[in-house]
Every structure is written in C-alpha cells, then in structure tokens.
Design a protein around this ligand. Structure first.
Ligand SMILES: O=C1CCCN[C@@H]1CCCn1cnc2cc(F)c(F)cc2c1=O
Ligand SMILES: [Mg+2]
Length: 485
C-alpha cells in the first residue's frame, strides 16, 4: 500500500485515482460515477463549509432544506434551461414492485423545486430580500468519464437562491458570493483562480449572466470551473410568477441570483498540490495539521518519549492547532513517515532520545521536505509560523505554475499551437457567439474542443485596432480559452 505506483507527470489520471484512494479520501463504489467520501475528505468539506456558512450568515442567508424529489411537470416548467440537460436527469419510477403513478425526478439542481414556494412566500416588498441556502446532494447522470470529486453522478454542494426587489441588489450579491468563492480557493485550498464572466454560450441558459472562478490544471492543460454565481434576472420570476407589491402598491417581478460550489473543489486542490509521495494538504484545510511520531531507540526510555509526544500534541491542540500522534507499536517510524506523507499532513514532528535530551523536536515540512530542530519552549510559535509558511508557499507555487501556463496569442496558428501545448490561452475576441461556435468546431477532437473559460474581470490593455484571433474582426475583450473538464 505504501508508495505510489504512478508518477504525477507520467500518468496523471492513474496518479490522481491512486492519491485519492491511498490518502483514504475516497473508496470506489460499485456504481460507476459514485464514490464513498471517507473522513479524510469529509473533514475537509466540513472545514470549507464552516467558513462559507459563517460568511453567508453575515449576508443574512437562512438555512433551508427542500425535498430531493421533483415532479415531472414541475421540472419541465422551465423549457430552455432543462432541455439541454434532460439526459442527465435521474428518475424514480417504481416503489417496491409497483410502478409510480408518474415518474419522479431526483433533483439535479433546485430551481424548480424551490421557486413555486418563493412565489407563494413573496407577496410584498417587505418579504424581500429572500435569502435561501441549502447544503445537500444533487444527482446528474453524466456519461463523460467519471472522476472522483471532479465529475461524479452524485455530489455535495451548497446552492444559494436569493430574491431582491432591485437588480442593483442582485448584482451586488453576485459579486459578494464570487469573492467568497475566490477565498475558498485561494485562502483555504491555496488554488489560484480567475474571476470572470461566462460568455452568452457558456452561461447558465436560464439566467441573465454568469460569473465564475476558473482554475487550471497544468498537468492536463485543462481549465476547470471552480464555482459559479449567476444573476438570473427576472427570467425565473416570470416563469414561476414570483412578484411583489412595491411601496407604491404596484406589482413587480423579483430579481434573483443562484450560486454554488461543490465537492469538486477538493479534487482541484488534490490535483494542484499533490506530488509523487501523495497528497499535499494546505494547512487551512488539513484535518490533521501536525502528526507527532515517537522514534524509540533500542533501550531508550520509550515511556519518556511517548510522554513527550503526548505533551507536544496537547500543547498544540490547546493553541488551536489540529495535532495528533501515531504511537502504533506495530508500525516502524519509517512506515509512519510514508503513511502521513501520503495523507498530505503538512508537518511531521519526530521525537527521539536525542531530541528528548536536547529538549527539542525535529519538524519536517511536507511541502518542501525541509527539516528543522526547534526547542520545545517555543513550539507553538514555530509550528504556527511553519503552517502559515506552508499555506503561503503552496498558493505562491501554484500561482507561478499556473501563470507559466498562460500564453497570450493573437493569431489562429498561435492559438492551435498553444492549445496543443496544454496552455491556458488569453486571446483578443470579437465577443461573437458564432465565432465561439466556430472555434469549437475547428478544434473538435478526442481531447475535446476549445471553449471560452471566462472573460476575466481583470482585463489587460486592449490596443486600438487589435483583431480577434479567430475571426479577424475588431476585438472587444481579452478572454481565457482552453480545453476544460
Ligand atoms: O449553477 C447553479 C448554481 C446553483 C443552482 N443552480 C444553478 C444552475 C444549474 C444549471 N444546471 C446544471 N445542470 C443541470 C442538470 C440537469 F439534469 C438539469 F435538469 C438542470 C441542470 C441545470 O439547471
Ligand atoms: Mg453539467
């Protein structure tokens, strides 16, 4: 079980599957596209949820739980937002031996479940804003290659659904939530992301506009959507008759948003930081931040060593650091080093007879393997400093790697070359959907077509007269293009 059979740079797909299993995050399940999330994954999910839930409570979101099931006619209510997705909808058709009167869908997302009740609950401007969030699972019976965390037929997410009296309020919240998603990725998962707007073709068809945070996986040269925050405009208000009486007594439709991030975020973190020894966890999301390992030496005082380990762990835990010790007799220190490296624990503390005698401990960093001996007296400060250093180093390294993949291009030939070089492409675009479709058609292949990933809010200077790389028409904006998950 110890050691990896695959190398990240040689066989990324196999490496990834091995890491998520060997680090005890995932157990494969006997239904394709479904995975068991073990504690090492769920504890990360819970740390992210703890942050996000506290932040949205500051924005006055209220917790709800809506049913998993939705009737056929309600699901079909919104034609254009569903029609493209119909093949992904999972249906319950029987209970026991008998057929159901009518098939019932399992929620792939909850607009059609929730909005008939938003219509009922919202009568007056006093009922606004309505702010609803639920933490739940959703089911989408996808057929493209299933990948743990990244693409599964059932996944966990939070879905926020809000309603406002004015577009201004909705527009503001879209960006507040997008900033929280950026923080989830950059401050917790140490994954660099770009905030931007989806094209008309890539946006959520049922909405007005879509914003997202986009990540990039250098090993595969593919972009990946990290999270999404939509302004729905009044489209769903019209469909579901969600109106309110304003201060002047006139009836108006509400302005809505919906936004989500999912367990996919964990997979992006694994892909970004993992190495050939296994998982590398950013301290902010590490279920165990420090593992303490006794290094007994033939006739050395093993009891004293064990006591030193226990007091080290309790000192750290009392200061809010997630520390644990591995005193299992039936495993050697060497075996334990590999095991906890595989699980990506940021810091290892070794305590042997010499350390005991010198009233010090040896600390080993998972991210760069560096070792340092520190006096027990300022254990907490040193450990805290090292954990902060690891967190910072992981984001910095990932940002440098991602930025090294970005290629600015202006011609079609450079575009196709960059695409085949697994680059994240930044190109001037005329912003015409026909051109986007044309690029998709011209880059179709077994690696998948190129698409727009987002138009970054942070726009570089676009010199007058710059032409679109694909159409030769006057360019209107810089957009990120590439293959994606
Ligand atoms: O992306 C979000 C944020 C959270 C709430 N939902 C929105 C839009 C979801 C877009 N979407 C995405 N996937 C879907 C899959 C389906 F099978 C289906 F019936 C509907 C959808 C579907 O509407
Ligand atoms: Mg999908």
């Amino acid at each position: 079980k110890l050691g990896m059979a695959y190398k990240k740079d040689d066989n990324f797909g196999e490496w990834y599957s091995e890491v998520v299993v060997n680090s005890e995050m995932i157990e494969y399940y006997d239904i394709s596209g479904c995975y068991i999330l073990r504690p090492w994954a769920m504890e990360i999910w819970e740390l992210l949820k703890e942050f996000f839930d506290a932040e949205i409570k500051k924005l006055k979101l209220k917790p709800y739980y809506f049913p998993l099931f939705v009737t056929e006619n309600v699901l079909q209510k919104e034609k254009d937002h569903i029609e493209g997705f119909a093949p992904e909808v999972a249906w319950v058709t029987k209970s026991g031996k008998s057929d159901l009167e009518a098939p019932i869908a399992i929620r792939p997302t909850s607009e059609t479940v929730m909005y008939p009740y938003f219509s009922k609950w919202i009568r007056s401007h006093r009922d606004l804003p309505l702010r609803c969030n639920q933490w739940c699972n959703v089911v989408r019976w996808e057929f493209s290659n299933p990948t743990p965390f990244i693409r599964s037929r059932e996944f966990l997410w939070q879905e926020g659904h809000t309603a406002f009296a004015t577009k201004e309020e909705a527009d503001e919240e879209v960006l507040q939530i997008l900033e929280l998603y950026r923080r989830i990725y950059e401050e917790f998962l140490a994954v660099p992301v770009s905030k931007g707007r989806k094209s008309e073709m890539e946006k959520f068809a049922g909405g007005l506009y879509t914003t997202s945070v986009e990540a990039f996986i250098p090993n595969t040269g593919r972009g990946i959507q990290g999270a999404t925050s939509h302004c729905l405009g009044q489209n769903f208000a019209k469909m579901f008759d969600i109106t309110f009486e304003n201060e002047k007594g006139a009836r108006e439709m509400v302005w809505q948003n919906s936004w989500a991030y999912t367990t996919r975020s964990i997979g992006v973190m694994v892909m970004t930081h993992g190495d050939d020894k296994g998982l590398v966890l950013p301290p902010k999301v590490a279920p165990i931040q420090v593992i303490v390992i006794p290094v007994p030496y033939k006739d050395a005082d093993t009891t004293a060593i064990k006591e030193a380990c226990e007091s080290t762990v309790s000192t750290l835990n009392q200061s809010g650091i997630r520390a644990d010790l591995d005193t299992r007799e039936n495993y050697s220190p060497g075996w334990k080093y590999s095991h906890w490296e595989m699980k990506g624990v940021p810091l290892r503390i070794e305590i042997g007879p010499k350390d005991l005698a010198n009233k010090q401990v040896r600390i080993v960093r998972r991210d760069n393997g560096s070792k340092v001996d520190i006096p027990v007296t300022n254990l907490f400060e040193e450990v805290k400093g090292l954990l902060d250093g690891i967190q910072e180093n992981l984001l910095k390294t990932a940002k440098e790697k991602r930025d090294a993949c970005i290629e600015v291009i202006k011609t079609w030939d450079d575009f196709t070359a960059a695409l085949n070089n697994k680059r994240l492409i930044l190109a001037p675009w005329c912003d015409e959907e026909e051109v986007e479709k044309d690029v998709k058609a011209r880059t179709k292949g077994d690696l998948g077509a190129a698409k727009t990933l987002c138009t970054p809010f942070d726009q570089p200077e676009l010199p007058e007269g710059t032409l679109c790389f694909a159409s030769g028409k006057p360019a209107k904006k810089w957009s990120f293009w590439g293959r994606s998950y």
